[in-house]
Design a protein around this ligand. Structure first.
Ligand SMILES: Nc1ncnc2c1ncn2[C@@H]1O[C@H](COP(=O)(O)OP(=O)(O)OP(=O)(O)O)[C@@H](O)[C@H]1O
Ligand SMILES: [Mg+2]
Length: 1034
């Protein structure tokens, strides 16, 4: 407590916003998915590297940097401490030591102080600010030390502390200290002298730390209840804790005031509006406004500090920026704590957080010591009380707030007395709850935000106790999918059971229950769409379990497992493999994350009578990979309109965006029973569009040998099931369009190099289209894009036919075949996509084809010359299932056979030369019959040539047969990899049997194709040798 300079006029001090960064440990999810750490830290510098490009690094330097990623252990109280003296691990007390003490020092000196925690969801903002369990964060430690100092306070010094806690969600302010003030009633007002303030906010006078602890607990309860009622996730709201500290120096009749604001901001990833990419509707209108505005204010202030001309700082754009006006560019000492996730998958977000922090560093504030002669303070307060009833602001004294609370000009002592009485009532309730926890079975809420888990406790008293929305229930519970009378708990004879009412949703340990079910200690219960609770049994059942194990993730994983969703289900490529592909794990995490959201969206759709049904699907990217072995998958949402059967496919990003908008609409519906919205603004509506049904792989190897291919290939959908069959013909031809015959085959594709090659793709028919079997009024179109063609070519739409005839042919020409194009033909497939058309949807087709044409009007492919072969799809051995390895091996052997063929050709040339040489001797000897000699030589040469052509054709035929086999094998392999085990255990045995049969067939096919090729080639080689050697021996 600094008495220096007291009584002097406050002098503004310019100081920059202090910026600290902190890196948290890997979460369990990140560990499970084998995440890599992309961040390193040296002193105050932090370096982030691109996960896929080691050379791409960026370094930032900040005022403070904390490494909390590793090098720590838990002590017996659960406190995280450095694992050894050399560890650079920064614990909660290290962070408090710099940041928290800085805030307290500022407060004692009479400066306002602000701390903002910024970072993406789950990056550790709340951990640093509030903390978990024994690992207390900055807020409780600041409060604790504040009161420790008060205890030691000197005579003649009175300390007055007022506490408030509010939440900003969707631009509405919720008072977390008042159960009665409805959100939306609290308004931000502006006073010309005092700036912005929240009118009517409750401020609690506090005299010890225990009170603040209880206030925070109570605040969390209100927050939790509000978040369930509104179906809003807490990571999207801003939490603002404000403390007013007033020091009254009675001996010198002077006061010093400090306003401390500590803000746990909403998850920053929403700020980039990443959710609305490619969506017709813009992101949830107001959810993000505060955070976006905060970014704008910081940018404008940073520009200003850099000497740029800034006309206007947009403080007024949002509630948050209004309340933080003095913290940014004003009268406050401000610290921004940027919380970082170390995982590679969070790279983009982390980099964006670092950039944000870098900008914030430039913001300059003008902090003054808020000191005032005691008389002046009172005068000012009198004036305010008389003039602006309800006024107040961050900079103003706690005393003033106190007066407001009382509604009279009471003293601090009176205020405390009133607060104490309120306390006693609340304290009694809390103590009672603590007693009941010890003796009664109860359920504890489990929330996505660990800060809010365990905040609500519902006791199950003896007898029956109903749960539901209606206030008449013993346990009154709001939340999506919860009915007025939802379920009943019965506590009888030392047993607790639960049963749903009629068709209400109750899930116990992942499994939906319909009958009365006995509960065991630590059972997981989900009521309605997603209200999760952990059941705590009778005291006799309890042990020293670690309840934190049963977090939100645990509930969702259990629910997914019960529904048959597991990593193995997604990763059919490597059954039994210990090492699951990280990208599969990432998709699984996405699935688990989206699963409850889809349930909620369906519930909203039902309650709002929108008639949409949403289902999660996993799209296997191998289906759209022209090599067929892309192991990546992605999650998407299939949306079906009940009644009309209209179908849409939404990307994950689009679904998340829509979910936000649905929530806004739903909230309005809850408030006013009005869910009317113009069609173009309706998140449940989209214009009808063509739907991707599946893809077919047409392998192009035969084209590299100039042989015709006619196939019936399956269109596989995202579940790997047959959607339809494609009848296609790929014909090598002359520039005039005459189909090449067998005699035009080439054995060595290299022969095509640099030469003009023409071919026609003829889509003949589509057979057994399921899309049409489901609804005969629908239509289809097909599209494909070969090699470097800039546009997709679509077939004409055909409606109302299950087996539509297409008969569309396109002629392509490669004017000088490049090595890359040859490679493409040899290793890639043409992907033909099947699109479903529905009534009212636009047809597919490029309005303007951006293609080059030959003089004959054929489409030119292979227009670019590449410097290197594109090799992005290179697969590593551990990714490749055994059969794929076999296929590759067969191709290697093929290459070997091609080499043999080349050697044979060399021999052939040599033989030809020696034949000519041998022929020239008799010719010289038989000079008496020159004509006859020439004829014989010519006949022999002709014979050799015919023999050569014949064996070439034989070889080409052998290769053609082989390639056909390979093509079938590839198709089978693709199908095998799509196969998912059935959910039903009884079906597992036949499934395994069928799978092993398919594997066996595939193996047989590979073996026999290879064997046939080997024997054919051996036979041809033998024949060739015999034919060439015989004439020279004669
Ligand atoms: N420094 C740390 N040390 C140990 N665990 C941490 C640390 N930081 C964060 N965690 C853990 O990471 C998880 C996410 O942290 P937290 O809830 O603080 O994130 P958040 O940024 O507040 O997310 P949201 O935006 O969703 O509120 C928590 O389980 C927390 O215990
Ligand atoms: Mg948080």
């Amino acid at each position: 407590m600094d008495n220096e300079k007291m009584g002097e006029m406050p002098v503004p001090r310019t100081d920059s916003v202090r910026v600290a960064v902190r890196v948290r440990p890997f979460s369990q999810r990140e560990k499970n998915s084998g995440s890599q750490c992309v961040i390193s830290m040296h002193s105050r510098s932090i370096t982030i590297r691109h996960p896929k490009n080691e050379d791409h690094v960026k370094t930032f330097t900040f005022d403070l940097a904390y490494w909390s990623h590793d090098g720590f252990q838990k002590d017996e109280d659960g406190l995280l401490i450095p694992s050894d003296p050399t560890s650079k691990f920064a614990s909660q007390s290290d962070v408090f030591h710099d940041i928290g003490r800085g805030i307290l020092d500022s407060a004692w000196q009479g400066y306002n102080a602000t701390l903002l925690a910024y970072g993406q969801t789950g990056s550790g903002k709340s951990y640093s600010m509030v903390g978990f369990g024994t690992n207390k964060g900055i807020v409780p430690r600041v409060c604790e030390e504040l009161f420790q100092a008060i205890e030691k306070q000197k005579e003649n010094l009175e300390l007055q502390v007022m506490f408030s806690m509010l939440e900003i969600y969707n631009e509405q302010i919720r008072d977390l200290l008042s159960r009665t003030t409805a959100p939306g009633r609290l308004r931000v007002r502006e006073d010309p002298q005092l700036g912005f303030f929240v009118e009517g906010l409750k401020w609690a006078p506090c005299e010890d730390y225990a009170q603040i602890e209880k206030l925070v607990e109570q605040g969390s309860k209100i927050r939790m209840t509000a978040s369930t009622n509104m179906n809003a996730s807490s990571s999207r709201s801003h939490l603002l804790i404000a403390i007013q500290v007033k020091q009254v120096f009675l001996d010198i009749a002077l006061t010093k005031q400090s306003s401390i604001n500590m803000v746990d901001l909403a998850g920053s990833e929403r700020q980039r509006s990443s959710g609305s990419e490619g969506d017709r509707l813009r992101e949830g209108s107001r959810v993000n406004l505060s955070l976006t505005s905060l970014g704008n204010v910081i940018s404008a202030l940073a520009d200003l500090a850099m000497g740029k001309k800034v006309l206007h700082i947009p403080y007024r754009d949002s509630v948050l920026t209004k309340l933080l006006q003095s913290a940014l560019g004003g009268n406050s000492r401000t610290t921004l704590l940027a919380a970082l996730s170390p995982a590679d998958i969070c790279y983009e977000e982390t980099l964006s957080t670092l950039r944000y922090a870098e900008r914030a560093k430039k913001v300059r504030n003008r902090a003054v010591i808020n000191t005032c002669p005691l008389v002046r303070t009172s005068k000012a307060e009198n004036a305010l009380l008389l003039g602006f009833v309800g006024a107040g602001a961050a900079e103003h004294s706690a005393y003033f707030w106190a007066e407001q609370q009382l509604g009279t000009r009471g003293t601090w002592a009176q205020l405390l007395e009133k607060a104490r009485r309120e306390w006693e009532q609340q304290y009694e309730a809390l103590t009672q709850e603590q007693q009941m926890v010890k003796i009664l079975p109860h359920i504890l809420n489990v929330n996505e935000d660990p800060q809010l888990t365990g905040v609500l406790k519902f006791f199950i008293h003896n007898g029956s106790c109903d749960v539901g929305r209606a206030t008449s229930n013993a346990i009154c519970l709001q939340g999506l999918g919860i009915s007025d009378k939802h379920a009943s708990f019965v506590n009888l004879d030392g047993k607790v059971t639960v049963a749903p009412y009629s068709k209400c949703k109750v899930i116990v340990n992942g499994v939906p229950v319909t009958n009365r079910t006995k509960l065991q200690h630590l059972d997981r219960i989900i009521l309605g769409s997603n209200s999760a609770f952990l059941y705590i049994g009778f005291p006799s059942e309890r042990g020293a379990e670690d309840l934190s194990r049963f977090d939100y993730d645990f509930f969702q994983l259990e629910r997914a497992a019960a529904e048959g969703v597991s990593v193995d289900m997604l990763d059919s490529s490597s059954p039994g493999d210990d090492q699951t592909n990280p990208s599969i794990l990432a998709v699984f995490q996405d699935y688990i994350k989206l699963m409850p959201l889809v349930v909620e969206a369906n519930q909203m759709s039902e309650e709002l009578k929108k008639g949409l049904k949403m289902e999660l699907k996993v799209k296997n990217l191998a289906l759209s990979d022209s090599k067929g072995y892309d192991l990546q998958k992605e999650v998407m949402v299939k949306v079906t309109k009940q009644g009309t059967h209209e179908v849409w496919i939404w990307s994950k990003a689009k679904f998340i965006n829509r979910k936000f908008l649905m929530e806004e609409l739903y909230e309005r519906f809850l408030e006013s029973k009005d869910s009317h919205v113009a069609q173009e603004d309706d998140p449940f509506w989209d214009p009808v569009e063509a739907v991707h049904l599946g893809s077919a792989h047409v392998w192009l190897q035969s084209l590299a040998h100039r042989t015709m291919l006619e196939e019936q290939v399956e269109f596989l959908n995202c579940d790997g099931l047959e959607e339809a069959v494609l009848h296609i013909r790929v014909t090598p031809c002359s520039p005039e369009g005459w189909a090449h015959g067998e005699e035009d085959m080439v054995i060595d594709p290299l022969e095509l190099l640099g030469r003009r090659t023409d071919f026609q793709i003829h889509i003949v028919q589509c057979l057994g289209v399921k899309w049409l079997k489901e609804d005969a009024t629908r239509g289809i179109q097909m599209g494909y894009k070969i090699y470097d063609l800039p546009n997709t070519l679509y077939t004409k739409p055909v409606w109302k036919s299950v087996n539509p005839r297409i008969e569309e042919m396109v002629h392509f020409a490669a004017l000088g075949v490049s090595r890359e194009f040859l490679n493409y033909l040899l290793t890639n497939a043409l992907i033909v996509d099947l699109w479903g058309l529905q009534e009212g949807c636009a047809h597919l087709g490029a309005s303007q084809l951006d293609v080059l044409l030959t003089g004959e009007g054929h489409i030119i492919v292979d227009t670019k010359t590449f410097s290197s072969v594109k090799d992005g799809g290179q697969i590593t051995p551990n990714q490749v299932p055994e059969l794929y390895q076999k296929l590759l091996k067969s191709e290697e052997e093929m290459e070997l056979l091609r080499d043999i063929n080349r050697t044979l050709r060399g021999e052939n040339v040599f033989l030809k030369a020696s034949l000519e040489k041998a022929g020239s001797v008799p010719q010289a000897q038989k000079t008496d019959n020159p004509e006859g000699a020439t004829v014989t030589a010519a006949r022999e040469t002709k014979q050799v040539c015919t023999q050569q052509a014949r064996s070439n054709a034989e070889l080409a035929r052998a290769l053609k047969v082989f390639y056909r086999g390979m093509s079938v094998a590839r198709g089978q392999l693709l199908r095998l990899r799509q196969c998912r085990p059935p959910e039903d255990d009884q079906m597992l045995r036949p499934f395994v049997h069928q799978q092993s049969q398919m594997l066996k067939d595939l193996e047989d096919l590979l073996e026999s194709s290879l064997h046939k090729l080997k024997t054919d080639v051996a036979f041809i080689v033998k024949k060739k040798k015999k034919e060439y050697l015989l004439p020279s021996q004669q």
